[in-house]
Design a protein around this ligand. Structure first.
Ligand code: NAD
Length: 749
């Protein structure tokens, strides 16, 4: 694929969306139209009366050419985000040619209608054969224009949009404008000269940080970095025209970024600049392929002449385009957007208005959930049974905020503002006017039912009553109320103020508007909500359980905890099952097992020794004081060997490949059952759950996508082999078996 005509499906991202739009589940940029596209007549009427010099010509369906005296104005109008569709590229090309040929035109302004500058590629063109003209051709034309071209920017200039502005000779932007090259987030690099031009204009350190993080910068920062020439206010087109007039009057040169050298010359012959940058991002970029290629492309900008640098950028882009990592990341981009859609709850379902929230329980989860509401500016009342538990819980919340402030990510007035939105009480009548209640009390059915019966009597009609249960039957909880249609599960993940995933557990009787409300409020508090059905452990924990079972078997058969964990961290998980158990606390599961009369030979023995994980300084691993690094412990190895021998298991050496397959195949198999039972709406939802809830590396797409890449037949056949020796846990789910036989996939990837 020619990177010249590919600009990445950028990225019309969520922060830019209005609150109302955000609140509409099912909206994606494929379909959303946050502002109605004005017809041509409307645009004409909005402008001052046409004069001879102000005739407007439609160049293409989305680009108009207007004359303001001797300045030509090319306006892109391609809602919702002025994506670089074929007709936009064509319109820019033809409009430029027309303006260049017009003797009455002294300079050209490129600007956009609607709420933003060009915010990236047209995602509907994504994956299809490239259409002429390619972006490179348009950019060459802009940069090579004999008349100055000025970009007048508002909203977000992202990806190909920013690359358009970098080909212009000058750039002005409004104060609220943002500028970024987010391609790395899709496992790509800016393939239309972005890696070559940006360092020439902002310098290498800034370009490295912008391109490798993919995060946009604001107008002040852009001005300081030299990315834009001026911040303007008032009518943007008029300001752009005035700036262009100034350029013409002052006879300023055509400033071609490709010819600038001073900023890149500053790091020429200094490889340590790149070495240090690589070191500084090593941890965040582990496993990803794109960041390294971005860095190499910027190195090329420094070391090679511009045209050769462009060639190198193209090669590096190509490498990423065909890489499995980018394939997975691009898949995931769409998966996340799909997860917002629930077939029988259309995007325009009216959700209930949420102005006030309540959280029941100020423990580990309750405090974090309350923070989410406060962070989004929603007042929240936290209810506890006793004052001391309440004080303790709110104390933890304050400590969390203050820790964030001490790292400079929040100001102290912000801390106070957020704490001011959280009120604590032991008086349940205080939640009578809450629009949504999230229950996070002990995980015991009788307690949950008692609490729901109580809030049913207290809360106003129409309130959404949600439970944060991780395992209990939401339908049974709902049955404790006289309004089961208002009850739903909202399963947050720990730490609840940090983890992005929210499983919205739809009960048998949950009303559609309650489902829509849980999804939209989830988005409002910056979560990624995924709708799931009721079953033990819902989607995420149900699959995790399978992995845990196999991990325990593996250590008995011969692998040690650190070996098992390493296979998963090498795969890309932040930690393995044993380190995770130590972090969460082994006593929790032990108590549950004892309650149910279930055994887990090694885990039980470890707990009996008082080793509950990090909190006691030892669990599956041991920990040095004040350090969370898991250290393999010979005492644990002794226990494992003893238990294996008691169980008559002959230990053997187990290879990494077997460890990985033994841990992940059962998860995928469970995922297949979850799909068959319609607990998850689609395979990609399962992947979203695993990436956002459990740290599945996004460059491997998620378990179901990963399984498709392994090949379902390979997986099914290997499971059948293990089934012979390991038993029915390895029986392939009917869906997996069928897809494998038919040569199909879960995700279509
Ligand atoms: P926790 O023990 O830390 O906190 C529970 C809090 O609820 C305690 O402060 C307790 O005083 C309070 N409480 C108990 N009964 C109450 C009542 N009748 N009214 C008001 N408050 C009451 O527990 P947690 O880890 O925060 O878990 C809470 C819920 O969240 C459980 O349903 C759990 O399954 C679920 N959950 C936990 C996690 C996790 O990782 N901890 C993750 C997801 C979901």
């Amino acid at each position: 694929m020619d990177p010249g005509s590919y600009e990445g499906p950028f990225l019309t991202d969520r922060p830019a969306r209005s609150r109302e739009e955000k609140d509409q589940p099912g909206n994606s940029y494929l379909s959303a139209s946050p502002f109605p596209r004005p017809g041509k007549a409307l645009i004409m009427a909005a402008l001052s009366p046409l004069t001879e010099e102000r005739a407007m010509t439609a160049i293409s369906q989305s680009v108009d050419l207007d004359r303001r005296g001797r300045i030509a104005v090319l306006t892109v109008n391609n809602p919702p985000v002025n994506a670089l569709s074929q007709h936009v590229r064509q319109g820019l090309r033809d409009g430029l040619k027309q303006a260049a040929a017009d003797a009455g035109v002294a300079a050209i302004v490129i600007t956009c209608a609607g709420r933003t500058f060009i915010a990236g590629a047209d995602i509907t063109e994504f994956g299809k054969p490239p259409k002429e003209p390619g972006l490179h051709e348009v950019l060459d034309l802009i940069e090579g224009s004999p008349k100055p071209v000025v970009a007048a920017i508002h909203g977000t200039a992202l990806g190909g949009g920013l690359e358009v502005t970098l080909a212009c000779h000058y750039r002005v932007g409004v104060k609220a404008a943002r500028f970024g090259l987010p391609e790395v987030k899709l496992g790509l690099l800016p393939g239309a000269g972005g890696t070559q031009r940006l360092p020439r204009v902002v310098g290498v350190p800034k370009a490295l940080s912008m391109i490798v993080s993919g995060d946009p910068i604001g107008a002040d920062e852009a001005l300081k970095a030299g990315l834009i020439d001026e911040i303007v206010d008032g009518d943007l087109t008029a300001a752009g025209v005035a700036f262009a007039e100034k350029i013409v009057a002052e006879k300023r040169p055509l400033k071609k970024i490709r010819d600038l050298d001073d900023k890149i010359a500053a790091v020429r012959g200094k490889p340590e600049v790149f070495a240090e940058f690589r070191k500084s991002v090593a941890r965040q970029t582990r496993g990803f392929r794109a960041p390294e290629n971005c860095i190499r492309a910027i190195e090329a900008a420094v070391d090679l002449p511009f045209d050769q640098g462009l060639k190198r950028e193209r090669e590096l882009f190509q490498e990423l385009m065909t890489s499995p990592e980018s394939k997975a990341q691009r898949y995931f981009f769409f998966a996340e957007r799909e997860a917002a859609k629930i077939p029988d709850v259309p995007g325009d379902t009216q959700s209930r208005e949420i102005k006030k929230a309540a959280v029941l329980g100020a423990g580990t989860m309750g405090g974090g959930i309350a923070m989410n509401f406060a962070n989004a500016g929603i007042p929240v009342t936290v209810v506890e049974v006793a004052q001391d538990a309440l004080d303790r819980g709110l104390g933890v919340v304050r400590k969390n905020y203050e820790a964030t402030a001490s790292r400079g990510r929040l100001t102290m007035p912000d801390v106070e503002k957020r704490m001011g939105l959280i009120s604590g009480t032991t008086d349940w009548s205080k939640i009578a006017d809450a629009d949504i209640v999230v229950e996070a009390v002990f995980e015991e059915m009788p307690i949950k039912k008692e609490v729901f019966a109580k809030i049913d009597k207290i809360c106003k009609p129409g309130a959404v009553l949600a439970s944060n249960t991780s395992t209990l039957d939401v339908d049974e909880i709902a049955s404790a109320t006289k309004r089961p249609e208002s009850v739903i599960g909202m399963h947050f993940f720990s730490p609840a103020n940090v983890m992005r995933l929210l499983e919205v557990v739809r009960g048998e009787k949950s009303a559609k508007d309650v489902v829509a409300t849980a999804m939209s409020v989830g988005r409002r508090i910056a979560k990624v909500p995924v709708c799931v059905g009721v079953c033990y452990g819902f989607v995420g924990n149900r699959m995790l359980h399978q992995r845990g079972r196999e991990a325990e078997k593996l250590i008995l058969e011969g692998a040690l905890p650190h070996k098992v964990d390493k296979v998963l961290t090498d795969f890309g998980f932040p930690m393995g099952p044993f380190a995770m158990g130590d972090l969460a606390g082994l006593d929790v599961g032990w108590r549950i097992r004892k309650g149910k009369g279930v055994k887990s030979a090694v885990a039980d023995r470890i707990c009996e020794m008082g080793r509950f994980g990090q909190k006691t300084g030892a669990g599956y691993f041991r920990y040095d004081k004040g350090d969370r690094t898991p250290i393999p412990d010979p005492d644990v190895e002794k226990i494992i060997v003893e238990v294996a021998s008691e169980m008559g298991i002959t230990r053997r050496k187990i290879g990494d490949d077997e460890i990985l397959a033994r841990l992940l195949y059962p998860m995928v198999n469970e995922g297949a059952k979850i799909l068959e039972e319609k607990i998850a709406i689609r395979a990609s939802d399962i992947d979203v759950i695993w990436v956002y809830g459990y740290g599945w590396p996004v460059y491997r797409g998620g378990p179901m996508f990963w399984a498709d890449q392994v090949g379902l037949k390979t997986m099914r056949d290997r499971m059948q082999e293990w089934r012979k020796t390991q038993g029915e846990d390895w029986k392939p789910a009917p869906l997996l078996d069928r897809l494998a036989t038919e040569g199909k996939t879960f995700t279509g990837a």
